[in-house]
Design a protein. Sequence first.
Length: 614
Amino acid sequence: MSDIIQLLPDSVANQIAAGEVIQRPASVIKELVENSVDAGAKTIKVVIVDAGRTSIQVIDDGCGMSETDARLAFERHATSKIRQAADLFTLHTMGFRGEALPSIAAVAQVELTTRMTTDDIGTRLTIHGSKVVGQEPVACPVGCNFKVDNLFFNVPARRKFLKSNTTELNNILTAFERIVLVYPDISFLLYSNGQELLNLKAGPLRQRIVDVFGTKLNQELLPVEVDTAICKVTGFVGKPETARKKGGADFFFVNGRFMKHAYFHKAVMSAYERLVPVGMQVPYFIYFEVNPADIDVNIHPTKTEIKFENEQGIWQIILAAVKDAIGKFCDVPTIDFDTEGRPEIPVFDPQRDTVMVPHVQYNPSYNPFDSTPSVKSDYDTAPNAHRQKAPVDWQQLYEQQAPSEGNDEPLLFQGNVTGGSEHLLQEKSPVHYQYKGRYIMTAVKSGLMIIDQHRADVRIRYEHQLMLMEQKQAGTQRVLFPEVIQLSAANHVMMNHYLPELTALGFDLSDLGGGNYAINGVPAGSENIDPVALVRQILADSAEQGRTVGRELHERLALSLARHTAIDYGQVLSNDEMEHIVNELFACKNVNYTPDGKAILCILPQPDIEQMLG
């Protein structure tokens, strides 16, 4: 029998490795920018076309490579970061495996131009699908210039499953943010289709955070700093009032490397217990300095998962550090003894100062319904004044308004009732009961119906907004003073895409440039909601769900607006308001579930009630 096991060619092995390392254009930018950082660059420029599908170019002014190193860098497991296995426990660089460049070259057309400081002339290397097409000397500046064209040109299945340009651009911005927040001493530039998205100058860390996420965040950051034998923790956390449901900025960095850690995230949020509502997220930027021997970064190809030797100890340090930062912010103000030149405010002394109790005079015999008032106005005494005076027995005016016993009141569920018609009331509109500010309870034929007031209002508003969008009749309520919202680069991209749909919802937005938008109008019915917070929440919902087109996009935006304008839990409702909600709910197409599949109502059958009380 012949042998069937064969050694794979390097080109095939590189394409297999690329499936783990290079997942999308954002992965290419991450790997190339990290290499530029390791090369000691002070300025890094990234230029992309069509969200990286057509072209990705990373230019730096680092140390560069020689002719031999440029060729060897594209071989598998060729790296300058480590020499032996023990070096994995003393890593101080971003890359170390030597897989990124060969993986990129295996699935794209790569052109590298590089020169070292000691060389008079540089090298240009061209590789298509792991095959070296050409190498020649060329005049170029010091550093490296990587140009990656036609990503996944030889792997059509991978290219086919790339998301839309908006989604891929958001992924690029997310990867870019994770790098620029670690190295504030490096200047970064990002261009997309010839448009400048980010221009970050070198400076302190706080300024870098403000440049990325907006100037408003500068007033909402609290410094965190603690140094222990286990680790050193620095950075910033947000004030309690910055809490949001979604779209918060939460970043952990360990020795200059971004990481995701749900256990440490819980430590941060535990420090805000009873300060922010449950489920809200507070922005934080926390940096760890740990002995490299105490962590393991070689867990996943993306290097975002890191194992710690003493996780429980670091958890306690994070909790104490964040609590200390919040405590300083909420500290009691000190007494100011510098009173020179200030006006003297007299102090009340009950033994010396006497206060007269005000005496109110009134006429106990005054009757507002008396037909002969004691004081007549000029209108009463004017000539030819014809006025019908109220009779003495004024109660008779209301006798005709009293309903007769034979008249029936309007039924509760009128109109197009679907999905719950078998549970309608027997005859008349009842007195509804609100339980704990969350549920509307009312009697129906089959028993007791319990309605979630918030979810019911979400369903009502969702269908109403969807109908207005389809008919292009959404109303806009102009605001008295326009609000200005400043968006990050990622949200700015989302806004450009969703602006027509937001206008169809009833928003009136004006682009002021630089990621700033003026909110001149909001959808009718949302006047009492903070317009800036409302727009941020809608963008956060859209970013979480991803980009869609057509009716699905309209449904998503309508649902997002309905969620944030619906009646909140805890809001006390009158009987008329509860009846209006019930009537509007049973006029909807689906009375049982919200658009995202959550139950709106339930029925407690009459036999079950009798059995419980029997």
